[in-house]
Design a protein around this ligand. Sequence first.
Ligand SMILES: [Zn+2]
Length: 182
Amino acid sequence: MRLQMQVDELQRVFRNCPHCGASELYIERNHRIHCSACHFEYFHNVATAVGALVVTPQGLLLLERAKEPARGKYALPGGFVDPGESLEAALVRECGEEIGWFPENEELHYFCSFPNTYRYKDILYNTCDMFFLVKTNTLDPASLRIEPGEVTALKVLPLSDIQDDFFAFESTKQAVKLLQEI
Ligand SMILES: [Zn+2]
């Protein structure tokens, strides 16, 4: 049902073939867009995103989102991986951009991944969100510099105080739940 909804949405956005202009575009397996007239093909592939589970002695670092989607809800430092970037490089860059903190590569430990969807300007993207654990005793949250365009507030909460409905994204909920269970 959910997949059919995504196919319908893609059909609405991709009305004509960008190569020959034909209106007979077919969407298969929720991501392959194919023109039967000129055989143009485009794959609306899964995008890669990264998130940091930053665990300090006081708890988990959470960012209140400044923008849509899900403005006001909590997220983790992170974002989309740029073309040509590794997961680690993307995570370090995103932490720098959002909170002015650049973790060392050795501090990043792969933890888990979950699929997610991300709606931006009427287009629904399927993502695979990869989460890294960053345990730190030296990070002082008060010293972080938040980027107001991205983040309105920063919180550090004990894991046991964090609830499902705090989060903007399903994948973050799942990753934090897993962290709470270990
Ligand atoms: Zn075509």
